[in-house]
Write a protein that binds this ligand. Structure first.
Ligand code: 5GP
Length: 209
């Protein structure tokens, strides 16, 4: 069999979770390890929260600008979540992957579905809270949102979890450290897959041929 070598075979990881599953803390902890992933910064029409920085947490844009970008085909995927629009820059993802860097996207289930269609090789991970009660407690503890929004997020959580079987992996976020290790293991195993190893270790394999 002839082996097709493609040295820049980057991986695309998607992480989705219901709001309050602890995804943001997990991703923050993940990026502080030596995992070497580039996080995609989404565009959103949502108002920034108190601690959020434009260009770091999101690119905060008006609905008008977002719609314009959408029309111009600038998003790889986009979705309306809790009444706000979110989208991932097509250009950034393709450029980053073309440079050989692995990409991490933190997006909702609708977006994950669109990305899977565009990149069937994308690796998707769903984060589950240990229980519905813990999810509710976390949403309330955060103190970031009104009770009405919390109720909306709980309803949406049920819908999100109904999509779980479409994902490649599920990680339960009971203990942050354990969940972090699980995600690191997934990333490591994916990077060791034969097609990626052949792409990266072509010189080593060639020594034996
Ligand atoms: P939050 O407003 O709490 O930061 O995020 C709300 C939801 O939007 C989360 O489920 C988050 O994963 C999702 N989200 C954030 N960025 C994107 C994006 O670019 N695309 C999609 N489809 N969802 C996103």
């Amino acid at each position: 069999m002839e082996i097709q070598y493609n040295r820049k075979m980057s991986s695309l990881f998607i992480i989705s979770a219901p709001s309050g599953a602890g995804k943001t803390s997990l991703i923050k902890a993940l990026l502080q390890t030596n995992v070497n992933l580039s996080l995609s910064i989404s565009h959103t029409t949502r108002q920034p929260r108190a601690n959020e920085v434009n260009g770091q947490d999101y690119f905060f844009v008006s609905r008008e600008i977002f719609q314009q970008m959408l029309k111009q085909g600038e998003f790889l995927e986009s979705a309306e979540v809790y009444g706000n629009l979110y989208g991932t820059s097509q250009h950034w993802v393709t450029e980053t992957m073309a440079s050989g860097q692995d990409v991490l996207m933190e997006i909702d289930c609708q977006g994950a579905q669109q990305v899977r269609q565009a990149f069937p090789q994308a690796v998707s991970i769903f984060i589950l809270p240990p229980s519905l009660a813990s999810l509710e407690a976390r949403l309330k503890q955060r103190g970031q949102d009104d009770p009405e929004i919390i109720a909306r997020r709980l309803k949406a959580a049920r819908e999100e979890v109904s999509q779980v079987s479409k994902f490649d992996y599920v990680v339960i976020n009971n203990e942050l450290e354990e969940a972090l290790q699980d995600i690191c293991c997934i990333i490591r195993a994916e990077r060791l897959k034969i097609m990626r190893q052949l792409a990266k270790q072509y010189a080593l394999v060639a020594q034996f041929s």
